[in-house]
Design a protein around this ligand. Structure first.
Ligand code: TEU
Ligand code: CA
Length: 564
């Protein structure tokens, strides 16, 4: 093991900077009672597996009471557990099981909106003078239709929903079943801060904050300002009081606990990232951005992949820019997949049989060797890839179903939409976790809520557990390499061979320790010119079992060298 963990005096060390975060999608992880839906007891029974990965923090997607129209992102009771997931006792057991294993739990805070079934909204819609009326954004219809706001999930893309009970419109940036909460109302903020405190007092170690940049609205609801034309997401993410509310949250709750916070930074760019995560801003610790996720998609279309794929030079520039802005202050994150994205090996690697494992390991090497907290999605450690549904009937995701309906209503091209969804649909990463080659991949003894990928017979934990060259064991080795080499956490990052269209090459340096990372993102042999002599360098890890005797990188080859 290298002596890389030596002088760390001038590092602003934090546990959440040194952590590897593993995201568990509760609906699809493990079903303990045969109803085809993952649940908390199912997760608890697999905590030894999670611990065996070497990860430190679990990010759990929402488990609160919900009608489940957006898989838990429509919450009807913030202080209770969704019935299908179990009870509060099951939660307490899960948290205890995690803490006993030295695992921390980060929950999902979904407070830009609630479910329309939440008691607050049920009251709010009753009358214009109901005490809960101003918990949401209402527009009295006698004033005419309010200025257009775009909705992510609405079939008509319209974020205003007319409600006849009080002859008014209510705002919903997402589904019409997800009314936006009115953060301009101090009572709403107080309710939310109390709820956060409730979970922290139970021992939860932090929150991932769902679309938190959207929470502040200009409640005069003016027409979209000129500078945001064609870009509602940026307008939503730059409301008038966002930072005021986050500072209030920090001062009243976050600052009183040793917790971790990460914003889902939709709409946030490198220009305003510091406003959210600089330590002296006293707002949040981290954010994850979407700049990389837009690469390789055709402009002005809904998630349509470019047939030419993505441009690696652009990819490298984005991740380099996000490293650079945090080189002195603040801290970054890195991810390539989650429950809103397709499987990373399909999207960023190559899931053809001959390259799926190699490219999965290459992507894992990237995620574990950047100066940022890695967020790793459950199943990616197995090399799970997209299920690529042929029929709309196989989809469950409101985003896909409503977009399909919108295109159908407009007489659009449904065939090409379904082709694009084979690559980009969120359901691709939500198929049941693949434990073994028994029925339904060992996920459930019942009918799974979403089809299991038929390749579960060969891609599963049991098949990979005892194969030292499996994606699973490569992931474990990469996590250990990061833990054993603090240079991979805090070390200076330098991009090399910038213009190389196929290879991502960079060094990491801390004190007298210098590592070189070479990643071939292509299916061909590739040249790389780093100017570094690797003849006497030590190979710390490689995704090939044989030694490379040529001076070219083999297809999807990943190597980490320790330089003298
Ligand atoms: O996602 C916010 C977001 O930007 C989503 O619209 C997502 O990126 C989508 O795929 C864009 O096309 C959060 C949650 O992660 C997501 O699962 C929820 O559906 C959404 O908010 C509403 O809560
Ligand atoms: Ca279940």
């Amino acid at each position: 093991m290298s002596s890389s963990n030596s002088d760390t005096t001038n590092l602003d060390r934090k546990w959440w900077k040194e952590a590897v975060v593993y995201q568990i999608y509760p609906l699809s992880f493990n079903d303990s009672n045969g109803d085809g839906i993952g649940d908390l007891k199912g997760i608890t029974s697999k905590l030894d597996y999670v611990k065996s990965l070497g990860v430190d923090v679990i990010w759990l997607n929402p488990i609160y009471s919900s009608p489940n129209k957006d898989n838990g992102y429509d919450i009807s009771d913030y202080k209770n557990i969704m019935q299908a997931f179990g009870t509060m006792n099951d939660f307490d057991d899960l948290l205890k099981g995690m803490h006993e294993r030295g695992l921390k739990l980060v929950m999902d805070l979904v407070v830009n909106h609630s479910s329309d079934q939440h008691e607050w909204f049920q009251q709010s819609k009753r009358s214009r003078d109901n005490p809960y009326r101003n918990y949401y954004h209402w527009w009295p219809a006698e004033k005419g239709k309010p200025a257009h706001r775009w909705s992510f999930f609405d079939v008509n893309g319209d974020a205003w929903q007319y409600d006849e009970s009080t002859n008014s419109y209510y705002l919903h940036y997402f589904g019409d079943f997800q009314p936006d909460l009115n953060w301009e109302n101090p009572k709403v903020r107080e309710e939310i801060f109390n709820m956060i405190k409730f979970w922290f007092d139970k021992g939860v170690d932090g929150f991932r904050m769902d679309v938190i940049p959207f929470i502040s609205k200009d409640i005069t609801f003016p027409p979209l300002p000129e500078k945001y034309h064609g870009d509602y997401i940026s307008y939503y993410a730059h409301g008038p009081h966002l930072h005021e509310y986050l500072r209030e949250m920090n001062e009243k709750v976050l600052s009183k606990y040793d917790v971790m916070t990460v914003a889902e930074g939709v709409g946030i760019t490198t220009n305003d990232a510091h406003l959210l995560v600089d330590p002296d801003r006293n707002e949040l610790n981290m954010l994850y951005h979407f700049e990389g996720m837009g690469l390789g998609l055709l402009p002005n279309q809904f998630k349509v992949p470019d047939p030419n794929g993505f441009n690696l030079v652009e990819f490298k520039n984005i991740y380099t820019r996000w490293d650079e802005i945090f080189k002195d202050k603040g801290w970054g994150t890195v991810y390539l997949g989650n429950h809103d994205q397709p499987r990373m090996v399909t999207r960023w690697g190559d899931d053809a049989p001959e390259f799926r494992e190699l490219s999965s390991k290459m992507l894992t090497t990237f995620l574990m060797t950047m100066r940022a907290t890695p967020y790793y999605y459950n199943g990616d450690e197995l090399g799970m890839n997209n299920i690529k549904f042929d029929s709309i009937d196989d989809y469950r995701d409101v985003e896909t179903l409503n977009m399909y309906q919108q295109i159908k209503n407009n007489g659009g091209d449904l065939k090409s939409f379904l082709e694009a969804q084979k690559i980009m649909a969120r359901d691709n990463s939500r198929t049941p976790f693949q434990w073994d080659d028994s029925a339904n991949a060992g996920f459930t003894t019942g009918m799974p809520w979403l089809k299991v990928n038929p390749n579960y017979r060969t891609i599963n934990v049991a098949a990979e557990e005892n194969n030292s060259n499996s994606c699973l064991n490569y992931f474990r080795k990469m996590v250990k390499l990061r833990k054993d080499n603090l240079v991979l956490v805090y070390g200076k990052y330098t991009l090399l061979d910038k213009g190389n269209k196929h290879v991502y090459a960079y060094t990491r340096e801390l004190n007298n320790n210098k590592l070189l990372v070479l990643l071939n993102f292509s299916a061909q042999d590739a040249e790389v010119n780093t100017g570094i002599d690797i003849n006497n360098a030590k190979i710390l890890i490689s995704n090939y079992t044989s030694i490379n005797t040529s001076n070219l990188l083999r297809p999807y080859e990943a190597v980490v060298y320790e330089l003298e």
